[in-house]
Design a protein around this ligand. Structure first.
Ligand code: GLP
Length: 274
């Protein structure tokens, strides 16, 4: 696993990184790039930057297939807090993606388990996910894999714990009773099976999850620690999210970050928005 405490805006960083990956892959209709995507506050800047790159014709999504990580159960797709709505409005409607290539779990399906099974089959049909970008919850959850989720889990129905419901209640009139407490989510194994995993973490609330992720032991009680089992995973964070890390850890990763240097230099030249 790699760690980069970036001095640049995480959205700029992630968007440039994704852009380079897709362009180097040279996707075609028969061999699309498969991208896993998150929701939440953290990736909003990334979506804005990706839209810009698309509008500037530096990046096309014509041959990109997306799979979103999760969705609430029982929220209408046009509910402003559904992940369908979030993705449509913050990203998909602004880019040149083919709607057929967008995959978001249907939390209103009558057959939720079947919905999850078909989602996994579709990922397999495309030969797996090339790059999955995610966020992390304060308690270390990834997608909606709450603490105690099996590290071997695949896409499934998941009951959310109270701390996640409470954190998400900020989007539902600050009322936990109005906040959905069941979701569909990719499993931890689904995420680990991707060729590459990139987690973005911003703000002091994520600092304990991050120190567990990097300095702690692998444990289902902190799902993000599962990234330690992945051969090509990275956490990109700001200095606040890195707050709980030992200086020694930060220095160690600083010395390793040479393959990210080119991107950091590129952002410096462009005058990143931070
Ligand atoms: C929710 C989502 C996660 C996301 C997390 C953190 O629980 N299901 O996928 O990573 O929130 O979101 P934020 O970036 O808003 O802190």
């Amino acid at each position: 696993m790699r760690l980069l405490v970036s001095k640049f805006n995480l959205g700029d960083w992630a968007a440039r990184y994704i852009c380079d990956k897709i362009n180097k892959f040279k996707p075609t209709e028969s061999k699309p790039f498969v991208l896993g995507l998150p929701t939440g506050d953290t990736p909003l800047d990334m979506y804005k930057q990706l839209i810009k790159l698309n509008q500037q014709k530096i990046l096309s999504f014509k041959n990109v297939v997306t799979f979103n990580m999760d969705e609430y159960v029982g929220l209408a797709e046009d509910h402003p807090m559904s992940y369908h709505y979030y993705m449509q409005n913050n990203f998909f409607k602004h880019i040149d993606i083919n709607p057929k290539n967008i995959n978001i779990l249907n939390g209103n399906s009558t057959y939720l388990e079947y919905e999850c099974k078909v989602f996994e089959e579709k990922i397999a049909f495309y030969g797996g996910i090339n790059l999955i970008v995610g966020g992390v919850g304060d308690d270390g959850h990834i997608a909606f894999n709450e603490p105690s989720s099996s590290l071997n889990s695949i896409t499934r129905v998941k009951t959310l714990n109270y701390s996640t419901v409470l954190a998400n209640s900020r989007f539902f009139d600050n009322n936990p009773d109005k906040t959905p407490n069941i979701a569909l989510t990719m499993g931890i194994k689904t995420i680990l099976d991707s060729d590459e995993v990139l987690i973005l973490a911003k703000g002091i609330n994520k600092s304990i999850a991050l120190s567990n992720a990097i300095e702690g032991s692998v444990s289902s009680m902190c799902p993000i620690t599962a990234l330690q089992l992945h051969r090509n995973s990275a956490i990109i964070c700001d200095e606040y999210a890195a707050y709980e890390l030992k200086l020694k850890t930060i220095r160690y990763f600083e010395n390793l970050k040479d393959d990210y240097d080119a991107l950091e230099n590129q952002l410096a030249k462009m005058g990143s928005t931070l």
